[in-house]
Design a protein around this ligand. Sequence first.
Ligand SMILES: [Zn+2]
Length: 211
Amino acid sequence: MKERGHELTLGKIVKIEVSARHVHLSEPDFEILFGNGAELAFEKGLSQPGQFKAQQKVAVVGPKGSFDEVAIIGPFREKTQVEISVTDAKKLGLNPPIRGSGDLEGSERCKIVGPNGTIELGEGVIVSKRHLHLSVEDAMQMKIENGETVCVKVRTQERSLIFDDVVARVSYNFVEAMHIDTDEANAMGFSGNVFGEIMKKEREKADEHMA
Ligand SMILES: [Zn+2]
């Protein structure tokens, strides 16, 4: 058994991006909220190719509170998904699980309100599990596999820290970036452009030696 806390530093630097609360909508749900024939209007492109922030907004409602003006991220998804922080969840009176995007079975419920209608979402509210988007090329270079857990070391003015449990997500469509939520951003004193250093975990390295 190897001593804990010894991670292999790869020296690879990644930009850290903060995801504030947002929703991904299915097309049928969007039509309920905004009316038949409404279109999701592009406002701003995001770092991952094809992903964009829409001009429209919705309200997310829980038993104890609500948030107006919650961003919609396009394009449409097969299933509607609401991503909030733990702090948001407490304000809403919800208890969502920490999950990867799209893993929604048995997740939390909420109400979504648009200008044209309301949806009672039976499941789909999650706290996004922090993750690292990697292109296939970068992942190969670092010998990191899709789904592998890595650490990312972040240096800020007063709250430097090492994130553990960062799930690597590898795809030809991805541009390198680490995504955290607003609670995690506050915990690390996020301000301006922040970069982290990717560290492969010792455990995985040890497994490699045994293989
Ligand atoms: Zn992401």
